[in-house]
Design a protein around this ligand. Structure first.
Ligand code: ADP
Ligand code: MG
Length: 368
């Protein structure tokens, strides 16, 4: 069992890196605690596979250290790290039977046969591979092959962590859901650290207790699904998580008038916001609000802003209102029983539901 610490980690594939853009991992400090069920979530190309390969030892980082329980393991080859890795596409031996494929990681470590068999049977049972044990792997379907591949990651008792790199990509949706639940069960049963890479927010939040959101080679937030939803630490998290994502708009703060503007529209912000804006040391100021948190009224109310309704899409249990303000499109998510809306609607951004971003990072506003 291990705690995995990444210390001042950076990685570039370029022989001659010129700027931050040339780094697949840009300066990372991160701790994966022993026994956690984690997801590493981010768009394609943000560095997820690079990071997993550095943890497992397939790749040596350009800078920084990887520590397992406080011990630096940079020089340890993958087979000595006691980490199992499951890849996007199945890694199995076609000519071997399913049983022998599952037994391989154990036999490779000279595990006595009397201990191999019960373990293989246990894992086969969990993954519902028992009827296939005597079949040659080459005759399996893509789904079955990937289950065998996952099983190979699960047979060893001595692993400190299992890294899954988008393992369900080739699996059909129905089975995907089932396998994800199985992984969660296995996690609860064996208390192994699991890091599950995905670009799918739903997959991340159904598997993980805590999600690391990665963007351009950095972990921009590490939090529970709820924290990512309620207080996105970076504008990317707000945009990437949620359906639809968070609305953002640029702010201009006028010092002389102590007023914040969005275009020509002055915004009714509280003194706490204004005080925070006054202290900001950048002009890159944004407000963000989740579609769920925009208040929508059919007639004028205090502190509301009149906007033009562009579209109202009824999606059964909720509706999505699209409106424009200062030539920018916003989305609001309304409950099923929302009031009838005319062409002009009156919206309010509740103070405590807004997030303020300075240089793309969230700044805490003291609401008193
Ligand atoms: P992800 O798994 O999140 O899709 P990767 O870690 O595969 O991202 O890639 C991160 C960045 O590093 C991308 O810009 C990718 O093109 C680049 N990259 C990945 N592998 C290599 C490689 N072997 N050689 C050069 N560049 C690579
Ligand atoms: Mg990848």
């Amino acid at each position: 069992m291990a705690e995995i610490v990444l210390k001042t980690l950076a990685h570039t594939y370029s022989a001659n890196p010129q700027s931050a853009k040339d780094y697949a991992i840009r300066h990372m400090e991160h701790v994966w605690h022993q026994g956690g069920a984690y997801a590493l979530l981010g768009p394609s190309g943000c560095g997820k596979s690079t990071l997993l390969n550095i943890i497992s030892g397939l790749l040596a980082p350009t800078e920084g250290d990887v520590l397992f329980d406080g011990q630096r393991v940079n020089e340890l080859p993958p087979e000595e790290r006691n980490i199992a890795q499951v890849f996007q596409f199945p890694v199995i031996y076609d000519t071997m039977t399913v049983f022998d494929n599952l037994a391989f990681p154990l036999r490779n470590m000279n595990t006595p046969e009397y201990r191999v068999k019960p373990k293989v049977l246990e894992v086969a049972d969990i993954l519902e591979l028992t009827p296939l044990l005597s079949r040659k792997a080459k005759n399996l379907t893509a789904d079955e092959k990937q289950k065998v591949s996952m099983g190979r990651g699960l047979v060893r008792d001595d692993v400190t962590a299992i890294l899954f790199d988008e393992p369900l990509t080739v699996i059909d949706p129905q089975l995907k859901w089932k396998l994800r639940r199985k992984l969660k069960e296995i996690h609860e049963r064996f208390n192994i650290t699991m890091i599950y890479v995905t670009h799918d927010q739903l997959e991340a939040s159904t598997f993980a207790d805590k999600i690391a959101v990665m963007y351009e080679g950095q972990v921009v937030q590490f939090g529970t699904p709820r924290e990512l939803f309620e207080t996105p630490a970076h504008t990317f998290v707000g945009y990437f998580i949620g359906s639809p994502g968070m609305n953002f708009f640029e702010l201009r703060y006028d010092q002389a008038q102590n007023t914040a503007y969005f275009g020509d529209q002055s915004l009714p912000l509280s003194n706490a916001y204004l005080a925070t804006l006054k202290k900001a040391e950048s002009d890159n100021l944004k407000l963000g609000i989740r579609p769920e948190f925009i208040e929508v009224h059919s007639s004028h109310e205090p502190d509301t802003i009149a906007v033009q309704k562009e579209n109202l899409q009824d999606l059964g249990t909720y509706a999505i209102l699209t409106f424009s303000l200062n030539q920018q499109t916003f989305k609001a998510r309304l409950p099923e029983d929302h009031p009838d809306l005319g062409d002009t609607v009156y919206i309010r951004f509740p103070d405590d539901k807004l997030s303020l971003y300075v240089d793309e990072y969230r700044v805490e506003v003291d609401h008193e």
